[in-house]
Design a protein around this ligand. Structure first.
Ligand SMILES: Cc1cc2nc3c(=O)[nH]c(=O)nc-3n(C[C@H](O)[C@H](O)[C@H](O)COP(=O)(O)O)c2cc1C
Length: 339
């Protein structure tokens, strides 16, 4: 990837925090299309990057849900992005060795292909920081509370993705205001993740001191995202109150739309799973089991339309999402709201 760093657009949220994020990431708009399994297809990542925002590749989604050989998939995204930067999501929890080796290999290939923005989740990101810093890249780490933020800072990360209680995917427990209050003194750029579906909420979070904002659900309802139209319809029809947290997908709470199927099966993990998840060692096995299970089941969100019996992941931003739009239009509208 040519890693020219375009100058930040004139007038775009000129706070020092935002400037730092724009300089570190090389994008023009302080907005991230977050990694999403299985929704991060190459066309979506490429379209967001081409429009001047940061877009994150989810490698498991790229390879297993969208059938791309990893390096060829990155090259395809590079072409779609027109040379603009994009990022890579490394879920680095210690689990089975084969998965860890695969993730290390993917990170090496991503670095070779010129990716310089990494978002790590779970685990200790110090080895990723070491590899990425050697070539001048940056690492942001997903956190939900101060305890994890301090560990990430010690590990050498360059910024924090502050996952709040409104987020799609694995939601946090704190509001955006609580997180910025808890983490402002750490001296790292903070990215708000969760609950943003329109440009008003985006601008308000930047004004409150966040360096950038990460969106997930908003980008599922785009022409480029290859989910079945039933998933789009579920997002457009849902309100904020229709989002519930379920442990049944991954053992930890995941935000989903409260369909009749979700209501029927309930949202708590079974007693055996809960017992396994409490043990220091067994929790890794259980999470690996859940990860493999959800890779297989959630893939149907794309292939068959009606997902594994109507489990649609989405966050509370659904209340402000009213149309399926081109991803680039969303980026341009959000950028315009800052001028
Ligand atoms: C369907 C879905 C899948 C997600 N998968 C991942 C993932 O694989 N890795 C990750 O770090 N975050 C994941 N997330 C979180 C998003 O990257 C982002 O932080 C979150 O969606 C922001 O909240 P929002 O949906 O309210 O905008 C996922 C979110 C959704 C909605």
């Amino acid at each position: 990837m040519t890693h020219d760093r375009p100058a930040p657009s004139q007038g775009v949220a000129a706070t020092p925090a935002t400037d730092k994020f724009l300089t570190q990431s090389g994008v023009e708009v302080p907005l991230i299309c977050g990694a999403m399994y299985p929704c991060s297809n190459p066309e979506l990542v490429g379209a967001v990057a081409a429009a001047g925002a940061m877009a994150i590749v989810q490698p498991i989604s790229l390879v297993y849900a969208h059938g791309r050989e990893f390096r060829a998939g990155l090259q395809e995204i590079k072409a779609l992005a027109g040379g603009r930067p994009f990022g890579f999501n490394a879920i680095i929890e210690k689990s089975v060795k084969a998965y860890e080796d695969r993730m290390r290999g993917w990170i090496d290939v991503a670095l070779e292909e010129g990716v310089r923005f990494f978002v790590t989740a779970l685990g200790n990101p110090s080895w990723v920081c070491k590899a990425v810093h050697q070539v001048g890249g940056v690492v942001y780490h997903d956190v939900t509370e101060r305890k994890w933020a301090l560990k990430a800072k010690d590990a050498g990360v360059d910024g924090l993705i502050c996952v709040n209680s409104r987020a799609g995917g694995h939601a946090g427990t704190h509001t955006p205001d609580e997180l910025i209050t808890q983490l402002a003194d750490l001296g790292l750029p903070l990215v708000a993740a969760g609950g943003v579906g329109d440009e008003r909420a985006f601008a308000a979070l930047l004004q409150s001191g966040y360096a950038a904002v990460q969106l997930g659900t908003r980008f599922i309802a785009t022409n480029e995202c290859k989910v079945h139209p039933d998933y789009w319809r579920a997002i457009l029809d849902a309100d904020e109150d229709d989002i519930v947290l379920t442990e049944r997908l991954s053992g930890v709470p995941v935000a989903v739309i409260n369909t009749p199927f979700v209501q029927r099966i309930g949202t708590r993990a079974g007693p055996f799973a809960r017992w396994m998840l409490r043990g220091r060692r067994t929790k890794h096995w259980m999470r690996t089991f859940y990860a493999l299970k959800s890779i297989r089941e959630l893939k149907h969100t794309i292939q068959k339309g009606v997902s594994y019996r109507d489990v649609w992941q989405a966050g509370k931003s659904v209340g402000t999402i009213h149309a399926v739009e081109p991803a680039g239009e969303i980026v341009r509208r959000f950028a315009a709201a800052l001028r």
